[in-house]
Design a protein. Structure first.
Lengths: 455, 291
């Protein structure tokens, strides 16, 4: 999932235009003001003021002004820098010192809860490892940054972590393509929740080769799209899909379309919706709702942020549309969608990892500890990140090395790893761990506020 | 009609933010780049009060009070000091941007960085109007936007304080020389700008929910609306907002959903080329042209 940079660029242009206009306006006003002051020579204050200003040549003013600007700019840059960086524990890598694991996660914005869960999962994994001998007897340290759903920031943070000596990077959920590109460029393993797999890992489609340095343990969009597509094919008279234009939304669409194409059917309506993940603002979908109504499709998969899914549910109700709403892997991963949509979420169909529906003893223990430590329920993103670090330990120990190539090779041959999210494997041609067979369809019941398996 | 009404509803919010920009600029020649964050502050406070189990009305009042207070404080803490040092510097540009970042970070610290629910208010009550369907909340936004424009214009033209603002806008030195307290007027202008943003926030909260980073989106769109309508008059800024809302909705429907992202900026470029001081000035110029 990459961040939306259009708004930032546009804002810069607008601010520049504004500054130009304001300078022009101020100059005009200054000239007019000075002229007025010159004419109103009787007023002592004005005479003094105008004369002083005239004499206080541009040089003096510019010196003071430049100093002010530099100080203000420095202060603002400091503030911005502080805001951009998440908490971190600095450190470096050596053959005997602690092993550094890097993490990039969007802990703010539309998918902020996902990023927070990823960081929490990583913290729990690192704490567990250090309490149980570390990796090859070496302590493990975690250094993480918030990318704020910005692809630019994510790439910078990836490089920063690698420079600090990280042996692998876990994440990011928001900016997977940027992380994948950096992993490929720097020949460093990117593991864990990398934009929920899908097209981020297989850029040329589900049947193509994966990116060699990306090992995704997240909630694979291909798997969710396939599962939701199978439900829609069996239960809907027509399916519309609204999706974001990133690899996240396109990955979900690819999964759904694979099912429909195999059945020789077509989707009733598709549209790509640009969202602002950094600000979490919702988009107006009234136009799309009316277009979908015209197709007579009775099901809509809103493959957008939980905020936009909730806004869609409300707007569809207001427009008198009686759609069956279908979701994505984020819809039921935490309570964001269900709490925002309230009763409008009733009947929404999505899918959960079967391990979530019928948790193992290990997962129950993890969930209890997570709740205890962070005062919020664990999510699959926390579990997947936890699994990724545990799997990294196995890879390093089997390779007996922290070199990137050794770790990559070890990941390519991990088989039957018992993780919280299931029995996980990688091969050189398979770099995602979750497939549609590992999912269970669920329906939201607003009365009990629970996702219950579809009978 | 659906496009028009939906566009007017979203444009009304942009317009309220833009009016806030204009009111502050009108009196102080300063653009408050934390204007969008004042909208966010009203939303977050109202949502927080409601989440605490208190009445929605109390949350609305608290939200408006906080955005108004913050507006005034921004002038006192972030604008006045830099203007006092050098009245002609543009350090306020950086200082107000810094305030925007601080407000966002502060809200995220207090309420968490993710979206929270907001009272539904009238957003679950659809109303059919001239063949289109909008929610009562959207209709309320349009009505309140019109009422606010009328109120601000009456205040500006008919009250002593409003006329004082006009005098300060025309020539602050002269106004000061004849005894006007320009500092009080500037604080009041920033507070009024905060109130306008807060009203926008309360009206849009049920649609966007409460998120500490919302200010960026509405700040940018409000600024675009200001550029379209014109920077000198609050009513023109509202017109800019309404034009922006309707054209964005039109682009969304007739081109594609992504057009609503770039189309507003295309409008701004065209407006700046045709009439650098805003659409209304262009209309005035056209009226003055000899036949």
């Amino acid at each position: 999932m990459h961040g939306n940079s259009h708004a930032t660029k546009a804002a810069t242009r607008i601010r520049a235009a504004a500054a130009t206009r304001i300078r022009a306006s101020a100059a005009t006003r200054m000239r007019a003001s000075a002229a007025t002051r010159m004419r109103a020579s009787a007023a002592t204050r004005m005479r003094a003021s105008a004369a002083t200003r005239m004499r206080a040549s541009a040089a003096t003013r510019m010196r003071a002004s430049a100093a002010t600007r530099m100080r203000a700019a420095a202060a603002a840059l400091s503030i911005l820098a502080l805001a951009a960086c998440g908490s971190s524990a600095g450190g470096s890598d050596s053959s005997s010192g602690p092993i550094l694991i890097g993490e990039v996660a969007g802990t703010t914005g539309a998918y902020g809860t996902t990023g927070q869960a990823m960081v929490n999962g990583a913290k729990m994994a690192v704490a567990y490892l250090n309490a149980h001998g570390g990796i090859m007897g070496r302590k493990v340290r975690l250094q993480y940054y918030n990318d704020g759903a910005s692809a630019t920031l994510a790439a910078q943070e990836f490089d920063r972590l690698i420079s600090a000596g990280a042996v692998a990077i876990t994440g990011s959920g928001d900016t997977g393509p940027a992380i994948a590109a950096e992993a490929d460029r720097r020949k460093m393993p990117a593991i864990g929740v990398v934009d929920d797999g899908g097209l981020t890992v297989y850029p040329n489609g589900p049947n193509s080769a994966p990116l060699p340095w990306v090992f995704d343990l997240g909630l694979n969009t291909f798997a969710w799209g396939t599962k939701i597509g199978q439900y829609a094919l069996a239960h809907c008279n027509g399916l519309a899909v609204l999706h974001d234009p990133t690899t996240y939304g396109e990955g979900g669409l690819a999964g759904i379309q694979s099912v429909y194409s195999a059945a020789g059917k077509k989707l009733a309506f598709t549209d790509s919706i640009t969202e602002n993940w950094a600000s979490g603002a919702t988009v107006s979908l009234t136009s799309e709702i009316n277009q979908i109504k015209a197709t007579r499709a009775n099901c809509v998969d809103v493959w957008l942020t939980p905020q936009d899914q909730a806004a869609f549910a409300q707007a569809a109700h207001n427009q008198g549309a009686n759609f069956t709403l279908l979701g994505n892997d984020e819809t039921d991963s935490d309570t964001t969608y269900s709490s925002l949509a309230g009763n409008m979420a009733n009947g929404t169909i999505s899918a959960l990892l079967t391990t979530e529906v019928d948790p193992s003893a290990a997962l129950k223990a993890f969930e209890a500890q997570y709740q205890s430590e962070f005062s919020t329920p664990a999510t699959p993103f926390a579990e997947a990140t936890y699994d990724s670090i545990m799997m990294l330990k196995q890879a390093i120990e089997s390779a007996k090395s922290t070199s990137p190539t050794a770790i990559q090779n070890a990941f390519n041959h991990i088989s039957g790893f018992q993780g919280l999210t299931g029995l996980l494997s990688f091969t050189p041609s398979k770099h995602t761990t979750i497939n549609a067979d590992q999912l269970t369809l669920v329906r939201y019941d607003a009365a009990t506020k629970q996702w219950v398996p579809v009978g | 009609m659906q496009i028009l009404l939906t566009g007017l509803a979203s444009g009304a919010i942009y317009g309220l933010v833009a009016m806030g920009f204009a009111v502050a600029f009108y009196v102080t020649s300063v653009i408050n780049f934390a204007q969008g964050q004042l909208l966010m502050a009203a939303i977050m406070v109202a949502a927080g009060v409601s989440a605490a189990g208190l009445p929605t009305g109390l949350g609305i009042v608290a939200g408006l009070a906080v955005s108004t207070l913050l507006g005034g404080l921004i002038y006192v803490l972030a604008v006045r000091p830099v203007l006092a040092f050098d009245r002609f510097s543009f350090a306020w540009l950086v200082s107000t941007l810094g305030v925007a970042t601080i407000l966002e970070a502060g809200a995220a610290l207090i309420w968490g960085p993710t979206s929270r629910s907001f009272p539904v208010m009238l957003n679950d009550q659809p109303v059919r109007l001239l063949g289109a369907i909008i929610s009562l909340q959207q209709l309320l936004a349009i009505v309140i936007a019109v009422a606010v424009v009328v109120a601000v214009e009456l205040f500006r033209r008919r009250t002593l304080f409003g006329k004082l603002g006009m005098a300060i806008a025309a020539d602050p030195e002269m106004a000061s020389a004849i005894g006007a307290n320009t500092q009080i007027a500037a604080i009041a202008a920033f507070a009024l700008a905060g109130l306008l943003a807060g009203i926008g926030g309360i009206l849009v909260g049920p649609i966007t929910y409460a998120n500490p980073y919302l200010g960026e989106t509405y700040g940018i769109n409000g600024f675009v609306a200001l550029m379209i309508g014109g920077i000198q008059r609050p009513a023109a800024a509202m017109v800019g907002g309404l034009v922006l809302g309707v054209l964005s909705q039109l682009a969304n429907t007739e081109i594609n959903s992504q057009a609503s992202d770039w189309f507003p900026f295309l409008i701004v470029v065209v407006v700046l080329l045709v009439s650098p001081t805003g659409l209304l000035d262009a209309a005035r110029w056209l009226r003055r042209r000899p036949a």
